[in-house]
Design a protein around this ligand. Structure first.
Ligand SMILES: [Mg+2]
Length: 352
């Protein structure tokens, strides 16, 4: 496909993608484990309308944003360090970055990990210098156990049979990095397969990376979704992900947006449902960032992950300026998230 509108490979859209994703994560943080009835009885019939306290503050990010940042750091370091050449090197570097995230969740594992992988892989990087990232924010069991296993998962050598949403919710940096959609899809799948071995677990991530890549290269959201469906049709074991995307498009065209409509697409704990809900909310409020983000978190399922996915998509589409400024101001680690997006831009666009 060729770009049909002005490319969005800009600082504005890179920062927009990661910050809006983190805003969606932070909006969902306080209600991740609440049903829709509980959300309404706590916050009123309209549900949550802004940040509520989670992890001791308003605007707290969760594991979704933490892992998105480490995924971005892996990509950035793969461009800087000569020992990580080519696509295989990018995946190795991402794996090592995710191992560093594991040490933020389990600092007592650092000695074991250093013995297995070397000090370079474990202790080097910018993010582990931020003590505020050493905080457990309901990390996914598949991510923790896969990284602690000592084996890097791949699509051909799955580390488990998990199709949780832990791959798709962290994958946006891959879509930003690669303007070639097939490469974004492939690296997205391989990056997610480090922790999620079920085909749906990594194919949904590849699809999200492809959608972000197409948006950033100037395609409309509709074009990006249709292209994602086209790519999936050519892949093995893609029926679940394809069915979820087909349901997303049909629902976006037929039913009026509401939390009840969102819940017809699932709960979002598993990869294809998280992608479906995140994408649906972006599609039905394509030009209304705040409305889309609030719809993406006000449901009974995995609110922070679906919020992250909607935010990544619309942030890539409209840029940072479309995000309500007070949500950026009150977002935990907003400066670090912006710096990470700028590093990604610098390595994959500016220096090319
Ligand atoms: Mg989370």
């Amino acid at each position: 496909m060729t770009a049909k509108t002005l490319s969005r490979r800009t600082r504005e859209h890179f920062t927009g993608c990661l910050i809006a994703g983190a805003v969606g994560d932070a909006l969902g943080a306080s209600i991740e484990f609440m049903t829709l009835d509980q959300i309404r009885s706590t916050y009123g019939e309209s549900g949550l309308t802004g940040y509520a306290p989670a992890y001791g503050r308003k605007g707290a990010i969760t594991d979704d944003t933490q892992m998105m940042l480490f995924t971005a750091e892996g990509l950035v370091l793969s461009r800087i360090r000569q020992e990580y050449p080519g696509n295989d090197g990018m995946i190795d570097c991402t794996y090592h970055a995710l191992l560093r995230w594991l040490t933020t969740q389990q600092p007592d594992r650092q000695t074991d990990l250093m013995q297995s992988h070397g000090s370079c892989a474990i202790v080097e990087g910018v993010l582990t210098g931020h003590t505020s990232l050493f905080s457990r924010r309901a990390p996914g069991n598949s991510c923790l156990s896969a990284l602690a296993s000592g084996t890097m998962g791949t699509p051909d050598r799955p580390v488990n049979d998990s199709k949780g949403c832990g791959g798709v919710m962290r994958i946006a940096p891959v879509g930003l990095a690669f303007p070639d959609v097939e490469k974004a899809f492939d690296i997205g799948c391989r990056s997610a397969a480090i922790t999620h071995g079920h085909p749906t677990g990594y194919l949904a991530a590849g699809t999200q990376a492809a959608i972000i890549s197409l948006i950033i290269t100037g395609h409309s959201l509709t074009e990006a979704v249709n292209a994602g469906i086209h790519i999936l049709k050519q892949r093995k074991n893609a029926k679940e992900t394809l069915d979820a995307l087909t349901a997303t498009v049909e629902t976006a065209c037929s039913a009026s947006p509401s939390p009840e409509t969102v819940e017809t697409l699932g709960e979002g704990w598993i990869a294809e449902e998280a992608l479906a809900i995140g994408l649906y909310c972006a599609m039905v409020h394509e030009n209304e960032m705040a409305k889309a983000l609030l719809l993406s978190v006000n449901h009974s399922g995995d609110s922070d992950s679906t919020g992250t996915i909607t935010g990544n998509i619309l942030g890539a589409l409209h840029g940072k300026s479309a995000i309500p400024p007070h949500w950026i101001d009150d977002l935990e680690l907003n400066g670090l998230i912006e710096e990470t997006a700028m590093d990604l831009y610098s390595e994959f666009v500016f220096k090319r």
